[in-house]
Design a protein around this ligand. Structure first.
Ligand SMILES: [Zn+2]
Ligand SMILES: [Zn+2]
Length: 650
């Protein structure tokens, strides 16, 4: 492919899947078509990406979606011609000469050199093979691979045009990036776009607003979601689920702080490696020197404090405080970005014996991470997150059964939420990179990876192995799930860790009285509330099952006579006494309006009450998405609701 990263990192690149080959080949066809229309176009990189491909190019004409039809028509001609993709290995000199002659990413010689290709060739390390690919008239610098012939590209569509800097560096020229996607056949292409349409309707940001689940506020800050009561209700249910499940599995709950001293994160290694993803530190006057802290001496600030408090006045006060404490010793505190270091400290707080292991410490921990503002996206990328976290400290002998139990917990959750498709991506290390990308413990890597692989194979879990992508301190498993409409989400990561326990000097006294280091499993099956609820909103299209529904029941009287309202209120009270989230529509609206208002908020169950229901001590049950289920005795209806919630029926 004509991507500098491809040329430079060819040995590291995982092999392309069939679909990626189709898409990348389609990028060559796109370039061919553009050159037929604008022969002066200069191309840079054109790799496959998630869900499609792109090609970056420089061209005076600004390509817009109005141009897509004529570009696509040219592309169709190339595909119909069924040109072979022909590979040729060339010397560096030959590649440079072709680039100088404007012949790379071109249909033939041109007056101007292929300048980006020239730069890419220049950056290929000596000794690395340089290859060219030709399809019809089009010749490109590319490491491949491609499909056999252009005719193998089953169906494609151009989707978007954006701008991008060459090599992602804003000091470089700005290029036009044309995106497209391709599939084996038209059916798959159509299904993909139908799924995107449905995903738009289910967009968690849109539904989150309509269903009053969460909000963002400028004064609070970007990426910091606030949970409205309806969203908080879902959070409470998920925590209840996690607490019950973890309790039954022998976990112990702990609580930790939201900030800690710098030394903790130096010890864990998050600093300096992870510093960019953490909020900058708070600098405090060190312990013991606080009495000298300027803020403790308000007389210094009295005059300033009398002014109206504006941003400028605050800046002055802070500058003065800064100046006054300039000579005082400083302590740095950071907002917690991960719960692990805190849990390790709890492990270390008491002497541990092999008899206490496995020790499973669990917490819905609040973490803060500094995501770049361009990366923030609804609930999927946020700066504050609540994580279904736990750390399991165990002996190597216990590892297999602990790890297996974690996986079984995942599978139970998948079943509960109706997640039918999932895959666990098992990332392993690369022995050639020990001591650089991976902690230098060859034996431990081998052992733990074999253990993980063994558990995955024996338990029949759907997994793929991905070399060279492990975490620094151990093998990692990313859990990917597909929503009901087939969109993929990464919701959680499991890690095996043999490095952190050592960094924290965690030990247990073994049977033979010697001190040994435990293994640690990091796990978070429900991920973070933010991402998991974002996923669930799309998965259920906002139609949550009864146990999870923000408003489980709405009592809807037909009319607003006092006696009817009283009966309705007594039903609401009874349901609430059973902890059922119940509202009452006491408005004077027409019954049709009341029902449609409840439908709009996707209330799970409506208990509609007319005079006849009241006289019979009954209710008429209406379930969202199922309609009217008929009248039922009041006690029976309430008992059914309570049982369905208790059993978390879907
Ligand atoms: Zn290529
Ligand atoms: Zn952890």
């Amino acid at each position: 492919m004509s991507d500098e990263t491809d040329q430079l990192n060819a040995p590291d690149r995982p092999p392309m899947t069939e679909l990626e080959r189709i898409r990348h080949s389609c990028a060559h066809v796109l370039a061919t078509a553009i050159l037929r229309l604008w022969p002066e176009a200069q191309f840079a990189a054109g790799p496959p990406v998630e869900n499609g491909f792109y090609y970056d190019l420089e061209l005076p004409h600004r390509i817009s979606p109005e141009d897509f039809a004529k570009i696509e028509a040219e592309m169709k001609k190339e595909i119909k011609a069924n040109h072979k993709f022909e590979r040729r290995v060339v010397s560096r000199g030959e590649a440079l000469a072709l680039a100088e002659a404007g012949e790379l990413a071109a249909l033939g010689p041109r007056p101007a050199a292929s300048k980006f290709k020239l730069d890419i060739v220049d950056n290929i390390p000596t000794g690395e093979e340089i290859s060219l690919y030709r399809n019809g008239d089009f010749l490109d610098l590319c490491a491949g691979p491609h499909v056999m012939r252009t005719g193998n590209i089953g169906a494609f569509r151009l989707t978007n045009v954006a701008s991008a800097y060459y090599k992602g560096d804003e000091r470089n020229p700005q290029l036009q990036r044309i995106y497209g996607t391709a599939f084996k056949n038209k059916t798959q292409l159509d299904e993909y776009f139908a799924m995107l349409e449905e995903a738009k309707k289910r967009d968690h940001r849109k539904l989150g607003k309509e269903l009053e689940l969460f909000t963002f506020d400028d004064d609070v800050g970007p990426g910091l979601p606030l949970w409205l009561p309806r969203g908080a209700a879902i959070i409470e249910e998920l925590e209840k689920l996690a607490k019950e499940t973890e309790f039954a599995a022998g976990y112990k709950r702990v609580r930790t702080t939201n900030l800690a001293r710098e030394s903790l994160y130096l010890k864990s290694g998050h600093l300096p490696y992870y510093a960019e993803s953490m909020f900058p530190p708070m600098e405090l006057v060190a312990e013991g020197a606080e009495s000298k802290r300027p803020m403790n001496r308000p007389e210094v600030f009295r005059e300033m404090l009398e002014k109206p408090l504006t941003r400028q006045a605050l800046d002055e006060i802070l500058a003065k405080a800064e100046e006054m404490r300039a000579d005082l010793p400083i302590d740095r505190y950071y907002l917690k970005a991960m719960n692990c270091p805190h849990h390790h400290k709890l492990y270390a707080a008491l002497p541990r014996s092999y008899r206490e292991l496995p020790l499973r410490l669990a917490e819905y921990g609040f973490c803060h991470r500094y995501e770049q503002s361009g990366e923030l996206f609804g609930l999927m990328r946020v700066r504050s997150l609540q994580m279904n976290d736990a750390h399991i400290y165990c002996t190597p002998e216990q590892f297999e059964s602990e790890f297996n139990a974690v996986n079984q917990m995942y599978l139970r959750y998948f079943k509960l939420f109706g997640i039918e498709k999932y895959v666990m991506r098992f990332s392993t290390h690369d022995p050639a990179k020990l001591g650089q990308k991976f902690v230098d413990e060859p034996e431990l890597w081998k052992q733990t990876e074999e253990m993980v692989r063994g558990v995955l194979q024996r338990s029949g879990i759907n997994y793929v192995e991905v070399p060279n992508e492990a975490a620094f301190y151990g093998p990692k498993i990313d859990v990917q799930v597909w929503s009901a409409i087939g969109r993929e989400f990464t919701i959680a990561t499991n890690q095996v860790d043999f490095a952190q326990p050592r960094r924290f000097d965690l030990t247990y006294k073994d049977r033979d009285n010697t001190a040994k280091t435990p293994l640690c499993i990091h796990r978070a099956p429900l991920g973070t509330h933010e991402r998991f609820i974002g996923f669930l909103i799309e998965h259920y299209a906002g139609n949550f099952p009864l146990w999870l529904a923000p408003e489980q029941v709405r009592v809807v009287p037909i009319g607003d006579e006092a006696v009817l309202l009283e009966y309705a209120r007594s039903i609401q009270d009874e349901l609430r006494s059973h902890q059922v989230r119940t509202e009452l529509d006491a408005s004077s609206d027409h019954i049709k309006a009341k029902i449609s208002a409840a439908e709009e908020m996707k209330v799970h169950t409506m208990l509609v009450i007319g005079n006849r229901d009241m006289e019979a001590n009954a209710v008429s049950v209406r379930v969202h998405g199922q309609g009217n289920l008929g009248a039922k005795p009041r006690t029976e209806a309430i008992a059914d609701i309570v049982a369905a919630i208790r059993e978390r029926r879907s």
